[in-house]
Design a protein around this ligand. Structure first.
Ligand SMILES: [Zn+2]
Length: 447
């Protein structure tokens, strides 16, 4: 999660931006005698928010102990990881049940090749989300992880997925074999590939009559394979005990309600609402909710102009322009009013959709009144007579294409339309051009 401070001490969490072992103190390096501070309130609230967005029931009826989970690895200075009992249970995200959500601290980063450990990350708050075994294929797993990422991004309380801050442990079992857990996966693509690989590996073993044992494997990103890590620990191996240094968490309904009051509408629910409220296609709603800021922009624009026209533009032209300029909706500087103004011009047929796209590109570069941009781009409306003259000229100057078209070669019409667009310097509406060309060429045939 993207809090400013670690979970049990006041060290900063920007572990990627600083030299190794600088964001550290006796608490997060597990020095003898160092006592943890109470859990970071921001981290606890962020975990509650994430759990609520996933439709979970928050644990308000029980004291939530912080457990010590023991294991030995160089990245874990105290020899145990502090992990809470579930702060929430029984959620659901598009058909996949969420078993529980808990709060943990991240270990440090160990580099086995250099034999070095960096404790900057040690103690950074982490939320763990556990699903029920409701996923039946690597494709479903990929879809679920994408949706989950979107929910997490909507909270604004997690680090960007691109930074590798999201990790997944995937468990897979085929009929007749033991459950295998694959760790060391830090992307959606990685989870998909690891599962694909495991299915082939386990199926081959079972076919040969060999056992698939219950174990933990590691995914090697560079080779796209999984390798044995350790035979799966049982719960007992972790020797869980409540951490006597930390007062347990007690969450009450008042706190949960205050988090709920401030939280964003979850993207999957927002998608359904947009479809209903604005009567737009599912495909458009899906694109619109892909980013929270994009959805906010859409709703602001839809208040000003035809929501259906706006939805079409969000799905096609706006998406295209943003992709081309490598912008996220959060970086967009133009106002909903400016964009709505542009759409109004398209609706009133004052500009063609193609010209509108040119204006949109300018708008994304430097926000301005769309009317001014129209003048700046020289997109003054074309007169009917100008268009007719251009069509006549294109026909006159390209007798060969005319002949081809009349001989049944439809693509010759595109060639002629291209000439008209050239002659009008792109100001004509391509649909109008095609219509005029067709009618003119038909007329002459009759003669
Ligand atoms: Zn610290």
């Amino acid at each position: 999660m993207s809090t400013e401070r670690k979970l049990y001490c006041d060290c900063p969490t920007n572990y990627q931006d600083v030299p190794p072992n600088t964001n550290v103190c006796p608490i997060c390096t597990g020095m003898p005698g160092a006592k943890p501070l109470p859990p970071n309130e921001h981290a606890v609230n962020a975990a509650i928010e994430i759990a609520l967005m996933l439709g979970c029931r928050i644990t308000t009826d029980q004291t939530i102990f912080i457990q010590r989970k023991h294991y030995d690895y160089p990245d874990l200075p105290s020899g145990y990881q502090r992990t809470s009992l579930p702060i929430a249970r029984d959620g659901e995200l598009q058909g996949v049940r969420i078993r529980e959500v808990h709060l943990e601290e991240d270990p440090g980063q160990y580099d086995p090749v250099a034999g070095a450990v960096d404790y900057n990350r040690s103690g950074v708050p982490l939320v763990e989300i556990v699903t029920e075994p409701d996923i039946k294929s690597p494709e479903e797993a990929r879809k679920f992880l994408r949706m989950l990422t979107r929910v997490l991004e909507y909270t604004g309380k997690v680090r960007p997925e691109a930074g590798g801050a999201m990790r997944a442990d995937v468990n897979i079992s085929l009929e007749g074999g033991g459950r295998v857990e694959v760790k060391n996966i830090n992307s959606v693509k990685g989870a998909y590939r690891a599962l694909k690989y495991e299915i082939i590996r386990q199926r081959e073993r079972l076919k040969r009559g060999e056992a698939v044992v219950r174990e933990t494997r590691a995914y090697l990103e560079s080779q796209m394979v999984t390798v044995p890590m350790r035979v799966k620990e049982l719960e007992e191996d972790y020797r869980y005990i409540p951490d006597p240094d930390i007062f347990p968490l007690i969450l009450d309904a008042k706190r949960v309600n205050s988090v709920r009051g401030k939280m964003a509408e979850p993207p999957h629910l927002r998608e359904q609402r947009l479809v209903k409220q604005y009567k737009i296609p599912n495909a458009a709603a899906e694109v619109i909710v892909s980013e929270r800021e994009l959805a906010d922009l859409y709703e602001a624009v839809a208040r000003e102009v035809d929501p259906k026209l706006a939805a079409t533009w969000f799905r096609t032209k706006l998406k295209k322009v943003l992709n081309y300029m490598k912008l996220r909706a959060a970086d967009v500087k133009f106002t909903p009013k400016q964009f709505a103004g542009l759409l109004q011009m398209v609706k009133m047929k004052r500009v063609t959709p193609e010209q509108g796209e040119l204006v949109l590109r300018e708008l994304a570069k430097e926000p301005a009144d769309p009317e001014e941009l129209l003048v700046k781009l020289g997109l003054v409306p074309l007169k009917k007579s100008e268009l007719r003259a251009a069509v006549d000229r294109a026909i006159r100057e390209n007798p060969r294409a005319v002949k081809d078209y009349r001989a049944g070669r439809k693509e010759a019409l595109n060639f002629l339309a291209g000439k008209v667009m050239e002659l009008t310097r792109g100001r004509a509406d391509p649909r109008e051009v095609a219509r005029l060309l067709k009618s003119k060429l038909k007329k002459k045939r009759k003669i």
